[in-house]
Write a protein that binds this ligand. Structure first.
Ligand code: NAD
Length: 482
């Protein structure tokens, strides 16, 4: 379909919104990708009502039917990964190779969950009462609201929508305002997969209007949300108030610990990859590089040298390693963290300013800080940009303490060759995911994705662990009767 404005998908029909918003390429502000419908709260309620009506039948469909639909979606995503990747890179600003890899991941996620639907098993217990049978079964929860951020506009919707449908739920999907193009292409593929009317709905629009309509509607049984911690907590409070289920994946401020015995090449590679690739716009990015005394200076010198060689430019240019910042608002945030850190006495060792490219875009040179006061906002907050702070520590114990000194607990990494310390770190780092001699960002898609503290709330996402969120247990006792 090549209509503009690109419509919403409600009750099995493409529907114009109450308004439309332009989608602008952050690599080239003169490139308007298209205009995308903005749903009203009223249209959102219509989508919810329709998803609730569709749930009655969808929950009872054979897993074979669900498999076929999800597998078909996965196949089309994989077949069109280049096209999807191009849209993603164009509207979000990550490089073309990263964007195509994300499209592939989205396709495989649909295929993984297509098969996962077959594995909805239950348990049989021996009852404590003679002549009574006792079983536990899993049932879908109902209408699931899917609310997603802008930084992984294909993979995150895929790992929420696919399991929701596989386990027999119906979906109302609200993508982030910045990235409607990827969401629309994904929804177009889902819309052609043969799902019954109302099983899947797309409502594009703002958090304040569309998002809140989803969160507060009594027929939405649960919301799976990924986004910032303040928005997640606000949504969580509203869902708790009406007893709805929630799965909240939120912000991060991830430590990468580098010990004296680290392989310096590995340490530098992991720091560059973890802190700056994807323009630092990953919840699992390494924002704090916690480095022991003996290797600190060599590490900083080598990271600064590597940063000078990073090629910043148009996300879709073949040689680009760092694309633009996704939006003007995020660029302003990045610049203000740099200004504030410098004012507080931190040393700007590399980067940290806007740069120009062939086209007018939000280009920003990744920043590395040293000598940062431990309470500086650049150390405590989630910046969500290509900015990393090096914290010098005397030894491993101080490194672990610094790693855990955070309100967040998503991913934590260690670069070392000492098996005892690696094991100790794996056991004691306060994070949901640990990376050893690897960047803090980059997780296998079939394993659970989970965090602690201010980073996550509710059952893990991805892999078979997410069944806990997308289904609920029912316990059945049965006597013989008369
Ligand atoms: P955000 O919190 O601003 O928005 C996320 C989504 O929530 C968007 O779709 C937005 O429209 C919607 N929203 C906003 N206000 C709402 C409201 N009142 N009610 C309902 N919905 C509302 O986040 P963002 O800027 O899109 O994304 C960046 C954030 O996402 C970062 O904090 C990042 O760490 C986080 N993130 C986390 C993970 C993870 O798995 N932990 C993964 C990717 C991104």
């Amino acid at each position: 379909m090549t209509v503009d404005p690109f419509p919403n998908y409600i009750a099995g029909t493409w529907a114009a919104g109450s308004d439309a918003a332009p989608n602008i390429n952050p690599s080239d502000l003169n490139d308007t990708i298209g205009n995308y419908a903005q749903a009203s709260a009223h249209q959102t309620v219509e989508a919810i009502e329709c998803a609730a009506a569709a749930f009655v039948k969808w929950r009872a469909t054979s897993p074979l039917i669900r498999f076929e639909a999800l597998d078909r979606i996965g196949s089309e995503i994989l077949a069109r990964a280049d096209e999807l990747g191009d849209m993603l890179a164009r509207e979000e600003g990550k490089t073309l190779s990263e964007a195509k890899a994300e499209a592939h991941r989205a396709g495989h996620l649909f295929k993984y969950f297509a098969a996962e639907g077959y594995r909805t098993t239950g348990d049989i217990y021996q009852s404590l009462r003679e002549g009574v049978s006792l079983k536990v079964v899993r049932e879908p929860i109902g209408v699931v609201g899917v609310i997603t951020p802008w930084n992984f506009p294909l993979a995150i919707p895929a790992w929420k929508i696919a399991p929701a449908l596989a386990y027999g739920n119906t979906v109302v999907f609200k993508p982030a305002e910045l990235v409607p193009g990827s969401a629309w292409m994904l929804s177009d593929i889902i819309a052609r997969a043969g799902l019954p009317e109302g099983v899947f709905n797309l409502v594009m629009g703002t958090g304040a209007e569309v998002g809140e309509a989803i969160v507060t509607h009594p027929k939405v049984s649960g919301v799976t949300f990924t986004g910032s911690t303040p928005v997640g907590r606000k949504i969580g409070a509203a869902l708790f108030a009406r007893g709805a289920k929630m799965q909240l994946e939120m912000g991060g401020n991830n430590p990468l610990v580098v010990l004296d015995d680290a392989d310096l090449d590995v340490a530098v590679h992991c720091a560059i990859q973890g802190s700056f690739i994807s323009t630092g716009q990953r919840c699992t990015a390494s924002s704090r590089l916690i480095v022991t005394e003996g290797i600190h200076d060599a590490f900083v010198d080598r990271v600064c040298a590597a940063m000078k060689n990073l090629r910043i430019g148009d996300a879709r240019a073949p040689k680009t390693q760092i694309g633009p910042v996704a939006s003007e608002a995020q660029l302003t945030i990045n610049k203000s963290y740099v200004t504030q850190a410098v004012a507080e006495g931190a040393k700007l060792a590399a980067g940290g300013s806007e740069v120009t490219s062939k086209t007018l875009g939000h280009y920003f040179a990744p920043a590395l800080f040293t000598d940062v006061p431990p309470e500086a906002p650049v150390v405590r907050d989630e910046v969500f940009g290509p900015i990393a702070a090096v914290l010098r520590v005397p030894d491993y114990d101080a490194a672990l303490a610094a790693a855990n000194d955070s309100d967040f607990g998503l991913s934590a990494g260690i670069i070392s060759q000492d098996a005892v310390r690696i094991e100790h770190f794996s056991q004691n780092a306060e994070a949901g995911m640990i990376q050893v001699n690897l960047p803090t960002a980059g997780m296998d898609f079939h394993a659970p994705f989970t965090g602690r503290k201010g980073s996550s709330y509710g059952a893990p996402e991805k892999g078979s662990y997410c069944r806990e969120y997308f289904t609920m247990a029912k316990v059945v006792h049965e006597g013989r009767g008369r």
